[in-house]
Design a protein around this ligand. Sequence first.
Ligand code: ADP
Ligand code: MG
Length: 250
Amino acid sequence: MFSPQKIAVYGKGGIGKSTTVSNLSAALSVRGLKVMQIGCDPKADSTKTLTCGRKIPSILDVLRGKKHGSTLEDLVFEGFNGIYCVEAGGPVPGIGCAGRGIITAFNRLEELDAYASLKPDVVLFDVLGDVVCGGFAMPMRGGYADRVAIVSSGEMMAVYAAHNIAQALRGFSARGYAKLAGIIQNSRNIDNEDAIVSQAARELETEVIGVIPRSGCVQEAENMGKTVVEAFPDSPQAAVYLALSKTLFP
Ligand code: ADP
Ligand code: MG
């Protein structure tokens, strides 16, 4: 059976998951790997910088529109360098449950045999980690992701979310599901940030596997609808994302 390597990247909302994951996808694709990125945030904007700044229709939106007959072509969109872009999407505000939405989206991808048809080498899940309820925990259990990386800055709320995510994961990894791969520090330039994130990693019995500097070129690229890797491939920031891609996928 065809089985890609799968990593789920969790973290607090707004911490820089989508930026980091999209740049990782771009870096991996530049290295010649076939990548699929699955956004699991009701915002459904995970893959925006891979698709010229335009949001693609989410699986939940498509399923709501046509109850039957949605195909892979309706749900998977090719972005930068042929990266397969997918957004799980979210419920209509006030009705339904966001976590439940992820489960519905995953089930549809499975019914359509997405991995066997598209044969990605690598699948990256970009998952909102503020609430690790059953739905948002889905990517870390049941064989979805092999590994989990957590994006955190040194800010208290980001570290708090990192602890919650790691705690949820501990229960599942005991059953042979996803293992914690480490913390990716997305720097906010707060005081003692490196020390705070390193301390959090020690407490979670893991390591800081990459330190991403805060850089104006991230916003600049985003304004162009691009990742840093696409917009400024020769920049030091692009080199950081490339190095992180090699740490995660040597
Ligand atoms: P999340 O997916 O975790 O909600 P995003 O990836 O959308 O967060 O990032 C939130 C904002 O932070 C974006 O506007 C993005 O441009 C900015 N950002 C993320 N990482 C960096 C960085 N390393 N340097 C500068 N800005 C960043
Ligand atoms: Mg996001």
